[in-house]
Design a protein around this ligand. Sequence first.
Ligand code: CMP
Length: 355
Amino acid sequence: MSARPFLKISAPLNALVAAVGLVAVAALTARDLDATAKLSLEFLLAGVWAIYVLQLVDTVIRRRDDRGRTPALVIDLLAVVVPLVGFLIAGSRDQSLYCGIWLLKPLRHFTFFRLLGRVVARAAPNLVGVTSLFGIVLFGASLVAYLIERDIQPDKFGSIPQAMWWAVVTLSTTGYGDEIPQTLAGRVLAGLVMMSGIGIFALWAGILATGFFEEVRRQDFVRNWQLVAAVPLFEKLGSAAFVEIVRALRSRVVPAGSIICRKGEPGDQMYFIVEGRVTIATPSPTPVELGPGSFFGEMALISGEPRSATVTAATEVSLLSLYSEDFQMLSSSNPEIAEVIRRTAETRRGRTPEA
Ligand code: CMP
């Protein structure tokens, strides 16, 4: 039997193991630790290290089939080698600190960090611009503070580098209060620097927030594009209308057995099936099954009446939902598609006996 299922560590377990290791590293720095507690913590670190050796073996084996695993391989290798080097070369006091490299471990799984990387790469010119502004204000404020305060507080503002510490603390509005301008001009300058700091940090936050929003929207757009392209009804759409519908549709995956809409409930959206099958519990003896490319939920949307039947996911089903406002938009820009949906609703209504 292959040992690989035992080597594979899931993302949450990986984060948990790293957390346990790092807590042990932190605990080992406590001054009043007795010998037994120290030994137990060191055993714990050895256990975490052994788990990471197994994980490294798994990554090396799997890399043969999947070349995209280089970042995970580098992290897994560092997680084993760095503590080992620490054990071999560092004094006993600092040996466990090398296990701090396990901070990198959760990075191997989180798609968030890949997203962050893309956001920073795309926003780089603006981030560099704001960072330059920060540098200019920092240097300018240090220079002026040096001129104003150097004779009154030579120990704190006696040089531009010394004044820079005050400028950083003030610009970031941290305000440790260890260096305070004594003159009126110095205090006016401090106020201006604080206001600039607030503006600069707001710019940084705004650039990153917009970057995240755009990146997530772009990913959704690309994914929806592929899903919409799989629905035959939209095949005849022109490119402008296609983009419009891609923006309007929301994708959703429903597990097998879940109820998607219930008979008698109000309905404000209709669904297109991309993958999987649904069962429609009509009052007729045999339930209706719909598969990829079909749609349902249009009857309540068009008539404003409650849902005519309960729809359940027969398998795991990937859906695109269209809300009533967007259906109106689709009806006005693409009357042929709206007509197909309307005619289908009428046929189905004719086929569905009143319960
Ligand atoms: P709606 O009434 O909004 O919600 C239930 C959906 O089931 C309904 O819209 C139709 O899309 C679908 N439906 C109802 N009856 C039938 C039928 N006889 N054949 C196929 N689909 C149906």
